[in-house]
Design a protein around this ligand. Structure first.
Ligand SMILES: CC(C)(COP(=O)(O)OP(=O)(O)OC[C@H]1O[C@@H](n2cnc3c(N)ncnc32)[C@H](O)[C@@H]1OP(=O)(O)O)[C@@H](O)C(=O)NCCC(=O)NCCS
Length: 154
């Protein structure tokens, strides 16, 4: 993804550092995995969707993160990938209670993904994040297993 100086408000170096840290964070938190996103029939990774944090006293609430190459934005690719990851996780991990997504207040693209994937906005933590010298609200979205199961039955 080199060549893009800014990436949805982030410096490309920050995104790279974040992505490189994902496997370590997953291992440390005992999280199940992450996936590269490819176009159907192509063997080229254009983005990723993964579990990047674990929450809750029982550790049964996972957080999803995602990123997509800007050439492919706006085609609904990541909402589809997030739904697929939710399907895999809720189907294969019986103890998984809930999945969350955290977005910066200014990241409307990420918030759109969360809503399209069926997540509910639960909280806006004002000024919780600090991004390159600027205070940012943190928005937290959630999808309960019961909600996900309800949608599967329809
Ligand atoms: C957030 C991201 C994964 C969205 O993926 P996507 O597959 O493009 O998602 P969608 O196609 O559903 O588009 C989401 C929103 O992005 C906006 N958008 C679409 N194309 C865009 C473009 N070329 N430029 C800017 N915004 C665009 C639209 O508002 C769209 O919502 P809408 O369809 O309701 O209008 C992608 O923008 C990205 O990788 N951003 C940088 C990394 C990031 O922010 N990750 C999330 C951290 S929490």
């Amino acid at each position: 993804m080199k060549g893009y100086k800014r990436f949805a408000g982030s410096l490309i170096e920050e995104e790279e550092a974040f992505i490189q840290g994902i496997p370590l964070r997953m291992m440390q938190a005992g999280l199940p995995g992450g996936y590269g996103i490819t176009l159907k029939g192509e063997n080229r990774v254009i983005g990723s969707v993964d579990f990047n944090r674990r929450h809750g006293e029982l550790g049964d609430i996972y957080e999803i993160g995602y990123v997509l190459h800007p050439d492919y934005w706006g085609q609904g690719i990541v909402p589809e990938a997030v739904k697929a990851l939710c399907f895999v996780a809720f189907s294969l991990i019986p103890e998984l209670y809930k999945i969350e997504i955290a977005c910066h207040g200014s990241n409307l693209q990420s918030q759109a993904v969360a809503k399209k994937a069926g997540f509910t906005l639960e909280a806006r933590l004002r000024g919780r994040d600090h991004v390159r010298g600027q205070r940012e609200d943190e928005l937290r979205f959630g999808l309960l297993r019961s909600e996900w199961e309800g949608v599967q039955k329809k």
